[in-house]
Design a binder for this molecule. Structure first.
Ligand SMILES: NC(=O)c1ccc[n+]([C@@H]2O[C@H](COP(=O)([O-])OP(=O)(O)OC[C@H]3O[C@@H](n4cnc5c(N)ncnc54)[C@H](OP(=O)(O)O)[C@@H]3O)[C@@H](O)[C@H]2O)c1
Length: 234
């Protein structure tokens, strides 16, 4: 049994990670900013009473993150696998996007992940083989960026490229602590963010992701992979 920690578990990919990790027999700490409204999570809790804990965590609020990890430390709960999943998008392009939206997207997609990653270290160090997964996107790949306009979600693309640098740097900085860090894109998934036209059902994408993480060689860190486990160019 592994101890899994997820941000943004109220819906979408985060919720599905919680559901599938529970069905595999793991313990899940499912965090969200408004537990009182996370009805789906409470249904999961009814079915898996001992193995799921629902906790409040708003990735935009450092106090909320600190409090969550302090509670976990008090309970001596290690983290084997941490999913930095909470994320937001704005599809506006370079010409349209408001600066307040750029700030919001960076706050959730980059700064939130950095704060979670840093404050989680004591709980990660209690695991034998701790791994952090930063939920990234092919839209954040500079190498894959062509010369055509492709959605032009400028703030989101920049935030995920920056998140990828956080992955690379944190993998180096945390290596002496034996904490591995990778970026993973879930593919294009039918969630509120991905929309109905997306390629994957959420259950399919998460199953591919978890399967590929299971097969990931134990020395791999500081890489960017897709839902299938194949490396994506930065
Ligand atoms: N769907 C795709 O096609 C796709 C593709 C590539 C990458 N991704 C990445 O995968 C991750 C999950 O995406 P998704 O498709 O599941 O999106 P989603 O359906 O829109 O869900 C986003 C989740 O993030 C949470 N969240 C937003 N702001 C938060 C905050 N300040 N604190 C805590 N939680 C917060 C939301 O919580 P509330 O319920 O409280 O709003 C929700 O649980 C994101 O990082 C996204 O960038 C998705």
């Amino acid at each position: 049994m592994k101890n899994i920690f997820i941000t943004g578990a109220s819906r979408g990919i985060g919720f599905e990670i919680a559901k599938q990790c529970l069905s595999m027999g793991n313990h899940v700490t499912a965090t969200c900013r408004n537990p009182s409204q996370a009805n789906q999570l409470f249904l999961l809790q009814n079915q898996n009473k001992e193995r799921i804990e629902i906790m409040e965590l708003d990735v935009e609020n450092e106090d909320s993150i600190r409090l969550c990890f302090e509670k976990l430390k008090e309970k001596n709960r290690p983290i084997d696998l941490l999913f930095n999943n909470a994320g937001v998008i704005d599809w506006s392009d370079l010409f349209e996007v408001s600066i307040s939206s750029v700030e919001k997207i960076y706050k959730v997609n980059l700064i939130g992940c950095l704060m979670v990653l840093r404050l989680a270290i004591p709980c990660l160090q209690q695991s034998i083989a701790p791994l952090i997964i930063n939920l990234s996107s092919r839209l954040g790949s500079i190498d894959l960026r062509g010369e055509i306009q492709l959605g032009g979600a400028i703030a989101y693309q920049c935030s995920k490229a920056a998140l990828n640098m956080l992955t690379k740097q944190a993998a180096i900085d945390l290596k002496p602590l034996k904490i591995r860090v990778i970026s993973q894109s879930p593919g294009w998934v039918k969630t509120e963010m991905g929309g109905v036209e997306a390629k994957y059902q959420v259950s399919e994408a998460v199953s591919l992701m978890l399967n590929s993480l299971d097969q990931l060689p134990s020395d791999k860190t500081g890489i960017f992979i897709g839902e299938d486990g194949k490396e994506i160019p930065w």
